[in-house]
Each structure stands twice: as structure tokens, then as C-alpha cells.
Design a protein around this ligand. Structure first.
Ligand code: CMC
Length: 384
């Protein structure tokens, strides 16, 4: 006998849109007017005046650091850049054409396997993990990028801050000051963003009292998808496929007729232009003023204009991923390393949320609306 269960009281909210999953004091968004603040400080101010290291401290400890606190934190970050050789050996053994986000997830798990156990209920132990995970993320990404090309790992340079050191480890060349500063600002802009999919994933994993390596590995998986952090590399592929500003209107007509998504546009929370996209556009202009423009930017501007004409009324505007790939491409960074750069920044937010979750933890265990069958009679395999 089969009983089909029907749902009488259907209060499911797809994608949990608008449903609070936690109380958080880390970042704040007003999606109607395009405001993003970290610990009450507007993102535009931080992009202009701060550094990624300072922003990490701000997110993790709730206030701007004193000079002495920042110096100690930066020293800790430098010390924690040491990644065990066994982890590099593992990265070297991965398929060369595999995605760097998968390698990062493996790297986090391997780091966990080679590190002392972390008592996640102890706030001092959590603080030690902050520095290790923030410092090792760029090392893992740069090392994997070189190893997959058959090149040697470039050792970290303790005199360089995270952004400049990442470019050094990736390319084996010291970056120009402007290039390092532009990447530093991009990291600031991506460091936290309320209850996004990867942060939510991290908090769910944290709520089981799993270690921070498992939290970050799971969050990386979530970030990799094209609707989340993976959009930045898709944006560049999309602009390259369109080919020129003149080709935009016809491409957009077809894309919308086929019900395709325009990558780099739309956001669950912002119904106006993402303030991070505006900041990154400023970085694009700075890069172009010093290093020359690229035709792909004209294609992007035309696409923005046409999408706003067609979809602006629905609240669909450029998001953070729309211009970031153009900047990274200008820096000579491979397209599939764009989303890992997002992770270099967002690991700070994941860890701040991990800490917040552990301060008042309750296991995430939502309910479901059951819509399946019950009371099914088992049919032996020979009779099916
Ligand atoms: N292109 C075309 N139509 C869109 C887009 C888009 N980029 N975004 C939303 N829509 C339409 C969608 O088709 C739907 O239309 P209808 O109501 O007619 O069915 C409506 O807008 C609502 O879309 P949704 O997907 O239900 O809205 P959401 O709040 O779940 O979407 C989103 C958020 C980011 C998943 C979506 O805007 C999207 O897929 N954008 C493209 C991918 C992208 O750029 N992602 C990066 C997000 S920002 C960085 C980050 O947080 O990681």
C-alpha cells in the first residue's frame, strides 16, 4: 500500500530567502541603497584607508587594532605561512587540469591532518587557527598554481604583506606597488558579506563542532559554485565569448530568450548596484591608467548599460564579480585562480563567523516538508 503525503501547510521558503539563520555583529548590508559595513565601518572607507590584515583583525576581534595589536597579528601571520612539505607533495600529486578550488579544499583538509588538534570550544585555540588559515590560504593557492605547471614553489617573502606576497609566490616576481595595493583592496572588498552561501555552509559545519579545516574546506566547496564565488571566472569567459561591445545587444537578446543568466549581475540582497562593484570599477580605472586599457572593459560597460535597460526594473545590477575578473586578468592572473582569490579574502569572514557560532553554538538541524511516499511494500528484486 502507498500513501502519498500531501502538504497542507506549505511554508517552505526556497533558498531560505529572508529567513535569519543566526544573529551576527560582523557585517551589515542595506541592499536597497547599496550599503556594506564591516563592524559598522563602510566598505568604501576601509577600501581607501585600511589594509587586508587590518580588516581581518577588525572582522575577527570586532574593532580596529592598535598599532601594537596589528604588528603582533602580522608577525603571527608571517610565522603561520609555513606549510608542511607533505601538503605541497599532495598538491603536486593532483591532476594538473583539476580546478584550483578543489585543490584548496584538499589543501585545507591536508593542513588539518598535519596540524595539532584544535579545541574548538576554547577561544584561545580558535585565535591560533585564525592566523594559520588566513596565512596559509594564499600559500596553498600559489603553490598549487606553480606545481601544476611543473614549476617550483616560490617561498613566501616575510617582508611582504599578504596581497603582495601572494603575487610574488604565484609569479616569482615582485609586483608593482599599484598592483599589490589593488589586490589588497580587492581582498578587503571580498572579506565578509553577511549570511552568504559559503558562510552559512561554514556555520553549519562549525555547529557540529568540526575543526576549522573542515569548516573552511566545506565553505570553499560552497564558494566554488557559479552562482556564488565561481561567477567571477564565468564573467570573464562570458565577456570573451561576447567578443566586442558591438556584439552585446544581440548576445543579450539571445541569452534572455534562452532564459540564461547573465553572470556578474543580480544578488539576493542588493536590489541596486553592489557597492563592492563600484569600488572595484575604481580599481579597474586605476589599473588602466597605469597599465593600459583592455577591450574587454568596453564590452563590460556596454553589457552593464544593456542589462540595466532590460533588467534594471527587476533590481538586477552588477555585483562584486562583474568587474573583479577584469582587474585580475590585467594582473596576469590565470582565470581559474580568480575564485581562489575570493577565498583568500573570505576565509577571514568564515573564521569570524566560526568564532561567533562557537560562542553560542547550537547544532544546525532544520526541519523539512516531507513530500515523499510512506508505507511502501518491499518488492523482491526478481519481481520488479
Ligand atoms: N541574469 C538574468 N536573470 C537574472 C539574473 C541574472 N544574473 N539574476 C536574477 N535573475 C532573474 C531570474 O531569472 C529570476 O527571474 P524570474 O523571476 O522571471 O524567474 C529573478 O531574477 C530572480 O532570480 P533568482 O535567481 O531567484 O534570484 P536570487 O535572489 O536567488 O539570485 C543570484 C541571486 C546571485 C543567484 C542570481 O542573481 C544569479 O544567478 N546571478 C548570476 C550569478 C552571479 O553573478 N553570482 C554572483 C553573486 S555576487 C558574489 C557572491 O556573493 O558570491
Amino acid at each position: 500500500m502507498r500513501i502519498k503525503v500531501t502538504v497542507k501547510d506549505n511554508n517552505l521558503v526556497p533558498g531560505l530567502a529572508g529567513i535569519p539563520a543566526a544573529e551576527s555583529a560582523i557585517s551589515y548590508i542595506d541592499g536597497q541603497v547599496g550599503v556594506l559595513e564591516y563592524r559598522g565601518l563602510p566598505i568604501e572607507v576601509l577600501a581607501e584607508k585600511s589594509t587586508f590584515e587590518e580588516v581581518c583583525w577588525l572582522l575577527l576581534y570586532g574593532k580596529l587594532p592598535t598599532q601594537a595589536e596589528l604588528d603582533t597579528f602580522k608577525q603571527q601571520l608571517v610565522e603561520q605561512r609555513a606549510v608542511p612539505q607533505k601538503v605541497f607533495d599532495l598538491l603536486a600529486a593532483l591532476p594538473a587540469d583539476g580546478h584550483p578550488m578543489a585543490a584548496l579544499s584538499i589543501g585545507y583538509n591536508a593542513l588539518g591532518m598535519t596540524s595539532a588538534p584544535c579545541n574548538v570550544l576554547d577561544s584561545a585555540a580558535r585565535q591560533l587557527a585564525y592566523a594559520q588559515l588566513i596565512a596559509s590560504t594564499p600559500v596553498l593557492i600559489a603553490a598549487h598554481s606553480r606545481l601544476r605547471q611543473g614549476k617550483k614553489v616560490v617561498p613566501t617573502d616575510p617582508k611582504l604583506d599578504i596581497a603582495a606576497d601572494f603575487l610574488w609566490m604565484l609569479n616569482g616576481e615582485k609586483p608593482a606597488d599599484l598592483v599589490a595595493r589593488v589586490l589588497d583592496v580587492a581582498l578587503i572588498l571580498h572579506a565578509d558579506h553577511t549570511m552568504n552561501a559559503s558562510t552559512f555552509t561554514g556555520r553549519v559545519v562549525a555547529s557540529t563542532e568540526a575543526d576549522p579545516y573542515a569548516v573552511c574546506a566545506a565553505a570553499v566547496g560552497s564558494l566554488s559554485g557559479p552562482l556564488h564565488g565561481g561567477a567571477n571566472e564565468r564573467v570573464l569567459q562570458q565577456l570573451e565569448k561576447i567578443g566586442s561591445a558591438a556584439a552585446v545587444p544581440a548576445w543579450l537578446d539571445k541569452q534572455l530568450a534562452d532564459k540564461g543568466k547573465i553572470m556578474g549581475f543580480g544578488h539576493r540582497v542588493y536590489k541596486t548596484k553592489d557597492p563592492r562593484a563600484t569600488c572595484i570599477q575604481g580599481l579597474v580605472r586605476e589599473m588602466f591608467a597605469q597599465h593600459g586599457t583592455t577591450p574587454i572593459y568596453d564590452t563590460a560597460l556596454k553589457l552593464e548599460e544593456c542589462v540595466l535597460e532590460r533588467l534594471g526594473d527587476k533590481g538586477i545590477h552588477p555585483n562584486v564579480d562583474f568587474f573583479s575578473g577584469i582587474v585580475y586578468q590585467k594582473m596576469g592572473i590565470p582565470t581559474d585562480v580568480f575564485t581562489p582569490i575570493f577565498a583568500i579574502a573570505r576565509v577571514a569572514g568564515w573564521l569570524a563567523h566560526w568564532d561567533e557560532q562557537m560562542q553560542d553554538n547550537r547544532l544546525f538541524r532544520p526541519s523539512q516538508i516531507f513530500v515523499g511516499l510512506r508505507g511502501v511494500t518491499y518488492t523482491p528484486i526478481a519481481e520488479r
